[in-house]
Design a protein around this ligand. Structure first.
Ligand code: IMO
Ligand code: MG
Length: 436
């Protein structure tokens, strides 16, 4: 079984929890895009784990792969691996030799670019993601395989420095000694990372041939996709399902099942249009209930009502088979709940979220209202773990079934809160092809 898990909104949908849930059925987990801008939290009996670079499926899967489409700070990666090794000794990690390297200079550039953008600043995670992908496409980037050579590192760092000198003015990187120090630090990370480096695209294809089940773990969400998201308020990689072929090297024809993860409401970190955004006290209440603060940056997240036109678009772009819905337990605690079923504008109804910054200002969400089903007490939760979906409050089930009806896609997985055992399956997942 080849499964992909993707975010359908602006990131932070709870992909980590869903990947962790599904990882029990897969031997291999793969990340194929982004870097430490991702922040995935998994709560287990042995503690809470926050993942940035290593996929969240790492706790359960035998093989862990970081694909060529990723951008990786090798020093942070080593730290993350070492932390994980404390709980899982036999960690079999493979890192693509072709993944691009994020350096401290890229992190500096991320902030410097944001300053230049001024009014159009994105509110990035400042993890150096954008500048590293810029260098990749400028064909000046540093790849994991380059870490072995001081000479190659030095020549690449000098090229990047020359190209971006204007942005680096006044920074520590103007000093040749500082750049040289960075080169040495990157090179010294090589010895520790070397055992993991691999032509991962070959490994993935081999594992596929051997009948292993593989789980692709997306980072960010469809509306942060560089092509299809709310440009320019997006991340610098493709985040939709199609990206897994390019970012990991397994053909798109091999994917059996796409699981789209949607929060029962919407959250967003950073700037940009957000049609169903809630403001004021009501937003503050939802933010507190859902603890909506960034895993990577700690920033308070913007929150809004579930946006069906957005989901209609992102489920199409990802070719989603089943939806996993998270945080219904949080949403139900509000007295009155709204869902946007369509947008209106002065020139009539609008079905697709306009990707033009002017047009998107002119749309108004039309809402259907639901009544909150209240918090889930321990008794209800226990009943749900034992008996499943039908033990959930009726109001919650009506909400879920409404979403299924308007999207025409089953909501097969429901995650209630942080703990592993509170993620349940509604019915049996549709399977198109079984391997292994
Ligand atoms: P996960 O995988 C939420 C957002 C940033 C910013 C924009 C660009 O946890 O869902 P970047 O640093 O990528 O250049 O920032 O994208 N962003 C995320 N928001 N969750 C994420 O990842 C995100 N990764 C990037 O807040 O608005
Ligand atoms: Mg996040």
């Amino acid at each position: 079984m080849i499964t992909a898990v993707l975010g359908l909104q602006f990131g932070d949908e709870g992909k980590g929890k869903i990947t962790d849930f599904l990882s029990g059925e897969h031997s291999t987990v793969v990340r194929f895009n982004g870097g430490s801008n991702a922040g995935h939290t998994v709560v287990t009996e042995s503690g809470t784990f926050k993942f940035h670079l290593v996929p969240s499926g790492a706790l359960r899967c035998r093989n862990i792969i970081l694909g060529n489409g990723m951008v990786i700070d090798p020093i942070s990666l080593i730290e993350e691996i070492e932390k994980l090794q404390q709980v899982k000794k036999d960690l079999n990690i493979r890192i693509s030799l072709m993944a691009h390297v994020v350096t401290p200079m890229h992190k500096y550039l991320d902030r410097a670019e944001e300053e230049v953008r001024s009014k159009l600043s994105i509110g990035t995670t400042a993890q150096g993601i954008g500048p590293t992908y810029e260098d990749k496409y400028a064909r000046t980037g540093i790849r994991m395989g380059d870490l072995s050579s001081i000479e190659i590192l030095r020549s690449k760092v000098e090229t990047i420095y020359s190209m971006k000198r204007a942005l680096l003015e006044g920074s520590e990187f103007e000093s040749r000694e500082r750049r040289e120090e960075m080169v040495r630090q990157l090179n010294s990370a090589y010895e520790r990372i070397r055992p993991y480096l691999d032509y991962t695209e070959i490994t993935i294809n081999r594992l596929y041939r051997e009948g292993e089940s593989i789980l692709f773990e997306g980072a960010q969400g469809a509306m942060l996709d560089i092509d299809f998201g709310m440009y320019p308020f997006v991340t610098s990689s493709n985040t939709i399902a199609g990206a897994l072929s390019l970012g990991a090297g397994l053909s798109f024809r091999k994917v059996d099942r796409v699981v789209g993860v949607a929060k029962a409401y919407v959250s967003k970190v950073g700037a940009g249009p957000f049609p169903t955004e809630i403001l004021g006290e009501e937003a503050e209440r939802l933010r507190k209930l859902g603890n909506e603060y960034g895993t990577t940056t700690g920033r308070p997240r913007r929150v809004g009502w579930l946006d069906i036109p957005m989901l209609r678009y992102s489920t199409m772009m990802n070719d989603v088979d089943v939806i996993a819905m998270t945080r219904l337990d949080t949403l139900g605690q509000l007295g009155r709940i709204k869902v946007c079923y369509q947008y209106a504008s002065d020139s009539g109804p609008v079905d697709v979220i306009p990707r033009n910054l002017e047009d998107v200002q002119g749309i108004r969400p039309l809402y259907k209202e639901f009544t909150g089903w209240g918090p889930l007490d321990a008794q209800t939760l226990n009943a749900v773990v034992e008996k499943g979906y039908y033990a959930l409050p009726q109001g919650m089930r009506e909400y879920v079934e409404y979403v299924e009806k308007v999207l025409g896609i089953p909501v097969e997985i429901i995650s209630l809160g942080e703990r592993r055992e509170y993620t349940i399956r509604k019915g049996s997942m549709k399977v198109s092809r079984v391997t292994g």
